[in-house]
Ligand binder design. Structure first.
Ligand code: HEM
Length: 494
């Protein structure tokens, strides 16, 4: 045998050895659809309402599904029990977040929601959590109720102002109209957040090497940031988008803070608000680093069977006052309407992805370190075993039972990453829904011929699923109801 043949035989032998040992040592991953080389299953994930398709997949693969998004190991969990077993009970290793190229390019990796599990995240979480703890939120009730009265009054005047209830808890700023620039910036930031966090939305996330190989090809240096790429270069448009997102994010973050700085000492910022609380705790001396973390933490505070419910409100509250958040225990049907709204159309159908920070074993399956975990909350809420006739909006299904309603709390996520704004959000929802129902009749919009048009339930497909606009008519239930709203909004701030 020639020297060449011996060498080839040796290389072949070594290759075969590695192939066999790798195959033998390959751990058992959960089932999932077969993918293609390099891109894995990326082409199979639908861009429209992926949570519905993931639920259909579970008929073939079960409730825990493994896919590969161009090298990113990804777990889809369609069952509440599995989500709780992993993301609640093993939360110490399931609390990291994905860090995609696009999130980094947009400068969003400093926001608490997208931050890696580490010291900066812990610091921001410690700033946010006490301001929205269950024991602290009653301090906001008066503010929430007053703002609700403004909201309902404004919607009665112009139903298009429905979106004006954001931000005040962070900066003590009250949004006046739908043209408010802080509100507009905030809504754009929410849209951008939804787009950049959608797994696989950008080629650069599926093929991160794209960023570094472009570096090498065009810049011949690894140290030069990718943002210096020439814009004429094909495939570089994601950079223009990222730059715009970053500029927008900084504006959304800093402008209201500058407003707070100007207005806090003059007593014009509404109380309580998170930035004032954090400053007070630091005895007015925030370090630059604290200030930075507080701003990033505050950024995520953007948020914010009807006849039967109205009958319940009329009986319990009467017609001589507006509802208060403290009426909650006495209005089980209204609580059921809220629980059903959260179930029927959860705001974050796939939660915010978590990431597994070390290898794990579950039910005999091996889950690699770095796996992105998507909890399909929508599927959990549309499981006919737990919620018969799941596509129908039916508050009666809860029969006013608080234990059943509490199960909806997974809409706020899992483990150490659970939504810190949960109790505040519940108060806001209750206040808004009860005040609307107590004072208004909400009717379908009219078409050109004056016929009522029942809206189609259509939602956007990003991480945050927002209903598409639809026309409604809102009428005061009585002159007494309109007078109560006028009275509640006649004094103090707007
Ligand atoms: C109905 C309203 C709301 C819903 C459905 C909701 C839902 C969620 C969900 C699903 C997550 C991800 C949890 C996880 O990763 O497991 C989250 C995170 C978060 N939410 Fe909310 N949320 C709401 C309102 C609010 C409000 C009003 C605030 C602030 C006052 C807030 C602040 C946050 C923050 C800061 C995070 C990031 C937590 C972290 O990553 O550590 N949310 N929310």
């Amino acid at each position: 045998m020639s020297y060449l043949n011996t060498s080839l035989a040796l290389i072949f032998g070594i290759g075969l050895f590695f192939f066999i040992t790798r195959s033998l040592s390959r751990k058992k991953l959960p089932p999932g659809p077969r993918g293609l080389p390099l891109i894995g299953n990326a082409h199979q994930v639908p861009t429209e309402t992926p949570w519905i398709s993931f639920r259909q997949w579970s008929k073939h693969y079960g409730d825990i599904i493994y896919i590969d998004l161009a090298g990113q190991p990804t777990l889809i969990i369609n069952s509440r029990k599995i989500a709780s077993d992993l993301m609640d009970k093993r939360s110490s290793i399931y609390s990291d977040r994905p860090s995609t190229e696009m999130i980094k390019l947009c400068g969003s990796d400093s926001i608490i929601t997208l931050q890696q599990y580490g010291d900066d995240w812990k610091k921001q979480r410690r700033m946010v959590a006490p301001n929205f703890a269950q024991s602290y939120v009653p301090n906001y009730y008066e503010l929430q109720e007053k703002q609700t009265a403004y909201l309902v009054r404004n919607v009665l005047q112009d139903p298009a102002t429905l979106a004006s209830k954001i931000k005040l808890t962070t900066y003590g700023y009250s949004v006046g109209s739908k043209e408010d620039v802080f509100l507009k910036n905030g809504l754009v930031a929410i849209d951008n957040f939804s787009v950049i966090t959608t797994p696989g939305a950008f080629l650069v996330d599926l093929i991160p090497i794209l960023a570094s190989s472009i570096h090498l090809l065009y810049l011949r240096t690894q140290s030069m940031p990718v943002k210096f790429l020439p814009r004429w270069m094909p495939g570089s448009d994601f950079l223009t988008y990222a730059e715009e997102c970053k500029r927008q994010l900084l504006q959304t973050c800093y402008d209201p803070y500058l407003w707070w700085k100007e207005n806090h000492n003059a007593g014009r910022a509404l109380q309580p608000n998170m930035i004032s609380n954090i400053t007070l705790k630091a005895e007015g001396k925030l370090t630059t680093e604290d200030e930075k973390q507080a701003l990033w933490a505050s950024l995520t505070m953007l948020g914010g069977g009807l006849d039967t419910a109205q009958a319940e409100i009329d009986i319990v509250i009467g017609k001589d006052r507006l509802p208060s958040i403290n009426d909650r225990p006495d209005l089980p049907y209204v609580r059921s309407v809220i629980a059903e709204s959260l179930r029927w159309a959860p705001a974050l159908p796939l939660c915010v992805p978590h990431v597994l920070s070390q290898e794990d074993i579950y039910n005999g399956y091996s889950l690699p370190k770095g796996t992105m975990v998507m909890a399909n909350i929508w599927a959990m809420f549309h499981d006919p075993e737990n919620y018969p006739d799941p596509m129908t909006f039916k508050p009666e299904r809860f029969e006013g039972d608080d234990v059943e309603m509490e199960k909806i709390s997974i809409v706020f996520g899992f483990g150490r990453r659970i939504c810190p704004g949960r109790y505040f959000a519940e108060g806001t929802l209750f206040s808004a829904i009860t005040t609307f129902l107590a004072t208004c009749d909400i009717l379908p919009g009219l078409d050109g011929a004056g016929r009522e048009v029942m809206p189609e339930a259509k939602y956007s497909s990003g991480i945050i699923s927002i209903p598409e606009e639809f026309p409604i008519r809102v009428k005061a239930r009585s002159s007494r109801a309109a007078a109560l709203l006028a009275e509640a909004t006649s004094t103090a701030y707007e």
